[in-house]
Design a protein around this ligand. Structure first.
Ligand SMILES: Nc1nc2c(c(=O)[nH]1)N[C@H]1C(S)=C(S)[C@@H](COP(=O)(O)OP(=O)(O)OC[C@H]3O[C@@H](n4cnc5c(=O)[nH]c(N)nc54)[C@H](O)[C@@H]3O)O[C@H]1N2
Ligand SMILES: Nc1nc2c(c(=O)[nH]1)N[C@H]1C(S)=C(S)[C@@H](COP(=O)(O)OP(=O)(O)OC[C@H]3O[C@@H](n4cnc5c(=O)[nH]c(N)nc54)[C@H](O)[C@@H]3O)O[C@H]1N2
Ligand code: SF4
Ligand SMILES: [Mo]
Length: 745
């Protein structure tokens, strides 16, 4: 496999001066601005520090924020271009009501009209069908304060149990697995631990495209001589520099990790001292992988046995090591088990609670970490408390000043809410910061469900594809228009600062919710005059929970470049590294091994659908694309979905790059251009999912859910691929700089 230069130094030599070195006069010397606002990127969970340049009431550019320790000024293409979204002509400036007579299907209305309509429909639906017949969906591009407010709003203002969030499509498998195994749902390490690892094992994560800044941490480890193992059906840009590449068949991670554990046990590489002192149930986990010999593993995963053994040797014999996983492991109907199979490798070799050691999920969404702690999940209350636990409920009721019985019980998860809408059990929906029509699996089913709603309201700043199905659309706020906190991939709470006010008559998201609560007659619970006041209540509500923010203040968060939770009291320094000294977060201090027996995905290939489809991302687009499809330079880089396939498969289909192919699954069919690459397994095709309608990968995906986390199986479907009519010139700027001769066996 051709190798690229790895160190930053080598890259500087090859590609010119270091990115951090601004040209004389700054990056955008030509940009005329009044002031710079220090804040963070609105996109992924890395939450890079950035300075926005503001002229009047417009964000006109950016400058790297070199002093912010996580990214030290580095930004990926999305961060660099994010400032272009606010001025887009599609920005929603006033409330919209469905109006079949109007050209665009909507006509504008006053806030009073719009909010009164929402409130009267909530009342009508709840009076006719019960409180839980009105549901709410939320998202974790929202700050901690807004996430907290949404949780309280749904429970006390809407009084519905049915609230869930888009993190349900994202990190929940890791969340459930971490909580049950270790007692806490957070990456165990600050990212500064990555360069200290002797082995970095990246499983199911396209780091260079989806967590771009993490690449630099891994390179620093490699510069120190660390070995890199990558497990992915595709030779991702990072995988092109791997020492051991495990090009597994989609859906076989628990077999791969189980085989690695088997080899570690057989060779006596288990850290018995650590296992005996700090864990329970090792025996059960060992028994579950007794049959996982390297030849068995090779048959199931498609990875040569000697490579699996080599990965096991590197991981099993290294003093330190970090395993980083993302949705490639977690987006499965056995996502929780997959994560457990990774955690078992960390526990068996004592790789927790020390510098350079840990098994960490790479959180995806901007506030994917904080948003999963503040209580807008269907089973959760603030502080990552359990909504079914009487003590947890009583504490939160005491903070909210309500009767404990006023807090509804556990509700349905995101996909289940859509299924209940489809079944006619849920009749009304309020959605903020979620674009389910593009992002949920089996989009035809989602569209059918949205069509059955008696009333649907959306709070967004663009008319997303989902919002096009709404009865009322309320123009909310962009990231740069509000302030608050967010919690990054590392578990570091950081401060988001307001750069500009919302334009036109758009309003701050939290003000909209408080206005609605007032009109619902529940204003007594929502006496907040500012986001700062929401933070102060949130801090108290989190007190004593595992995700404890009680000791934080906005001022400290700014002054200290962020604070890692738990931070249980004033003056507490925060907790960058969890589990030090081998003390885990369960009451007895011990971690749990969980036995994992590999099982196949919900859908497997057959004669009719003989290929694996896996879906994911490209560097220049973000999630459902509502934002990044409106940023010209990002669209330029990769304007439409391409179906990645191996030359061997392309050969049997008679297809070359640019030829249109038809991809069909049991749910639907789409046509799109092929992109023939050597960097994918010949039995697998990959389609990025950032586009709507006929370009949506989710027309093909399966609604199968993990039984514990309720995450959909985005990473495995069975498909058929055929050549269709037509040929186009494809543009994929991503790969040109990184083209290699890499070959998959
Ligand atoms: N550019 C960009 N960056 C993003 C985002 C974005 O939309 N665009 N979204 C953010 C969010 S919310 C998230 S969740 C993260 C996602 O970050 P990642 O999880 O890194 O991204 P994905 O592309 O979803 O999938 C990761 C990898 O999993 C591999 N994979 C597919 N099936 C399997 C399998 O069965 N096993 C294994 N081991 N690997 C498999 C894919 O080939 C892919 O390379 O990215 C965040 N960052
Ligand atoms: N096939 C396939 N499907 C997937 C995945 C995959 O890998 N493959 N990945 C899944 C994953 S990991 C994720 S995270 C989901 C994401 O799926 P979604 O959460 O549905 O995607 P987003 O694009 O984040 O949608 C957020 C919407 O909220 C709006 N928004 C953003 N910020 C704010 C804000 O501050 N306030 C308000 N009011 N609105 C805001 C945006 O304009 C957008 O319309 O997709 C999932 N879907
Ligand atoms: S998208 Fe993620 S990696 Fe890129 S600049 Fe924003 S926070 Fe950083
Ligand atoms: Mo995600």
């Amino acid at each position: 496999m051709a190798r690229l230069p790895v160190s930053e130094e080598a890259l500087i030599q090859r590609y010119g001066p270091h990115l951090n070195e601004a040209p004389p006069g700054g990056w955008d010397a030509a940009v005329d601005f009044d002031r710079q606002v220090r804040t963070h990127c609105c996109f992924c969970g890395q939450q890079c520090g950035i300075k926005l340049k503001v002229k009047g009431t417009e964000v006109v550019g950016f400058e790297p924020w070199y002093d912010f320790p996580f990214n030290e000024g580095k930004l990926c293409p999305k961060g660099v271009k994010r400032y272009l979204q606010g001025a887009h002509p599609d920005r929603l400036l006033e409330p919209l009501g469905r109006d079949p007579g109007a050209a665009a299907g909507f006509s504008s209305m006053s806030w009073d009209q719009a909010l009164d309509r929402v409130v009267s429909e909530i009342g009508r639906i709840q009076d006719s069908y019960g409180k839980d017949a009105f549901a709410m969906l939320s998202g974790v591009s929202l700050t901690n304060e807004k996430s907290y407010l949404v949780g309280k709003f749904a429970r006390l203002a809407l009084q519905t149990a049915n609230l869930d969030y888009n993190g349900r499509l994202c990190m929940v498998s890791a969340g459930v697995a971490n909580k049950r195994a270790l007692g806490m749902d957070r990456a165990p390490n600050p990212w500064s631990d990555i360069p200290l690892a002797d082995v970095v094992f990246v499983a199911g994560a396209n780091v260079a495209e989806c967590a771009p800044i993490t690449t630099s941490y891994i390179w620093r480890a490699r510069d120190r001589g660390a070995k890199l193992i990558v497990a992915d059906p595709r030779v991702t840009p990072l995988a092109r520099t791997a020492d051991v590449f495990l090009g597994l068949r989609p859906g076989t991670d628990s077999a791969l990790m189980g085989t690695i554990l088997h080899v570690i046990i057989e060779n006596g590489w288990v850290d018995r001292g650590f296992v005996d002192a700090h864990t329970i149930d090792f025996g059960a986990a060992a028994e579950a992988v007794q049959h996982c010999s390297p030849s068995w593993g090779a048959t199931v995963t498609g990875v040569p046995a000697d490579r699996i053994v080599e990965a096991a040797r590197l991981w099993g014999t290294s003093e330190t090591g970090m395993l980083l996983h993302a949705r490639g492991i977690e987006h499965h109907s056995k996502g929780v088990e997959n994560v457990w199979s990774c955690i078992n490798l960390g526990l068996a070799t004592g790789k927790y609670g020390r510098p350079g050691c840990g098994v960490a999920t790479i959180t995806g969404q901007g506030n994917g970490q904080g948003g999963r702690e503040q209580g807008h999940k269907c089973d959760q209350l603030p502080g990552n408390r359990d909504i079914t636990n009487p003590e947890h409920r009583a504490y939160v009721a005491s903070v909210w000043g309500c009767d404990v019985d006023e807090i509804p019980g556990k509700g349905l998860s995101a996909e289940e809410i859509v299924e209940a809408i489809h079944d006619g059990k849920i009749r009304g929906l309020l959605s903020i910061c979620f674009n389910p029509l593009v992002s949920l699996p089996d989009s035809r089913f989602t569209a059918e469900a949205l069509g059955k709603l008696e009333f649907f309201a959306v709070i967004d700043f663009f008319l997303s594809e989902t919002a096009q199905h709404a009865d009322i659309v309320l123009p909310g706020s962009l990231h740069e228009e509000d302030e608050g906190t967010s919690t990054s991939v590392e578990g570091r709470a950081i401060k988001i600062n307001q750069a500009i006010p919302p334009p036109g008559s758009a309003r701050l998201d939290w003000e909209i919710l408080i206005d609605l609560a007032d009109r619902l007659g529940r204003g007594q619970y929502f006496q907040f005059g500012s986001t700062h006041e929401i933070f102060d209540e949130m801090r108290v509500a989190s007190r004593g929970g595992t995700a404890d923010y009680y000791g934080m203040t906005w001022e400290r968060i700014e002054a200290e470049d962020g604070i890692f939770w738990p931070c249980p009291e004033a003056g507490h320094p925060g907790t960058p590294r969890l589990y030090e000294g081998g003390r885990f977060a369960h009451p007895d201090g011990k971690a749990r091994f969980n036995p994992v027996r590999h099982r196949p995905p919900a859908e497997v290939t057959d004669d009719e659908y003989p290929l694996w489809l896996t879906t994911g991302r490209v560097v220049s687009q973000y999630l459902s694309g509502t934002q990044t499809r409106r940023i010209g330079p990002l669209v330029e880089q990769y304007p439409e979905p391409l179906c990645e396939m191996h030359p061997r498969l392309a050969g049997t289909l008679g297809v070359a790059t640019g030829d249109i192919v038809r991809v069909s699954s049991r749910r639907g069919t789409m046509e799109l251009p092929a992109r023939v690459v050597e960097t994918i397994r010949p039995d697998t095709v990959f389609i990025p999912y950032h586009w709507p309608g006929a370009k949506a990968a989710n027309q093909l995906t399966n609604r199968a859910l993990d039984p514990l986390s309720r995450i959909p199986e985005y990473k495995v479907s069975a498909v058929r691929v055929e050549r269709a009519q037509g040929h186009v010139q494809v543009r994929d700027r991503r790969v040109t700089a990184l083209q290699t001769e890499a070959e998959l066996r």
